[in-house]
Design a protein around this ligand. Sequence first.
Ligand code: ZN
Length: 351
Amino acid sequence: MARLRMCKHCGVPLGFSRENSWGSDGSITQTSNPDHRVIFYEAEGMNRLLDNIAGLLGVPIDHIVIEGKRKSTYNYLQGMFSGIKLAVVKAFLRRRVYETISARGGLLGYGHYELVDFKPGRYIEVKGSNVYSLTLFSADMAAVFNLVEGLPAQITWEDRGENELLIRVVPGQEADAEMAARLARVVLPRKPGNITFERCPSCGIPIDFKGFTWEPDRGTITDNATGRRMAILGAEGVEAVFRELESELGEELSRTIVEAQRRYVVDTLQMAEVRRDPSYLTHQLALRGMGNVVRFELSRDRLEAVVENAIPPLLVAGMMQGIFELLTGKGSSCSYERDGAGSLRLTVESA
Ligand SMILES: [Zn+2]
């Protein structure tokens, strides 16, 4: 991979600072596509969450996850190539398009990828190491194939050992139409907020990102404070997957998701990461692009919170419940509601 150009002041790759925009409303959006929200999230956290959900449900959910993520990545790629006549570019420089996408994946924390071979309209083969999630990456590869080849995709992969995968994409069948329709984009308007960040004077990213390390040769982003691996994930993709699971598996599923997230937060977060200070929590959630905490009232046995522009709301709810338990040392129950404008209201009470 070509050397990444890093900001001389904060050490963040310039491509990463340029590509993502942190808003005053608790969102992160793709700079070239301000409707496309993303979150900055633990890669392993997302994998564990999906495993927990499948485990609690007792059924595989991969096909739903893949379809939701595929759509989100497709939308992201459209934003990435907006303004370029993709048809022209790929007619002559397909390899370049694939390599550009691989490099972008590395920048977002998805692992390291190399194009091995391709035949237009027939197949592509990619070698991946440190792949952030086999399920999510399969969806990404399908989206890339959809965009560049204009064809539905079928993915197979081979474990080469030593943390290396060989992934092959060939033309496949159209996704189930009904499921695909239910996984359609839902873009909620956002409420304005007044969150401010101290920003890098050189590249403009919130200065907190100084605390993360990019390893371009590995395609990883590491949180220096916790050692956890991070990635930029399409928020809509995650949302769409949850909606789909809910419609297939019922209302009970949303409780399962909140519970899976609560467990993850309680098991993983260290006390040093949570504070009672509402402005600290607002800041942390906004850095992740998960919304704007406009109310956070914590007493000994109760938390009342309102998070505007919450995305994905079920993860925000589970996170708040987990934070309550870490701060109070008590078990809890959580009730929440989402309004049509994307605000999440929740009450957590100690059990
Ligand atoms: Zn900078």
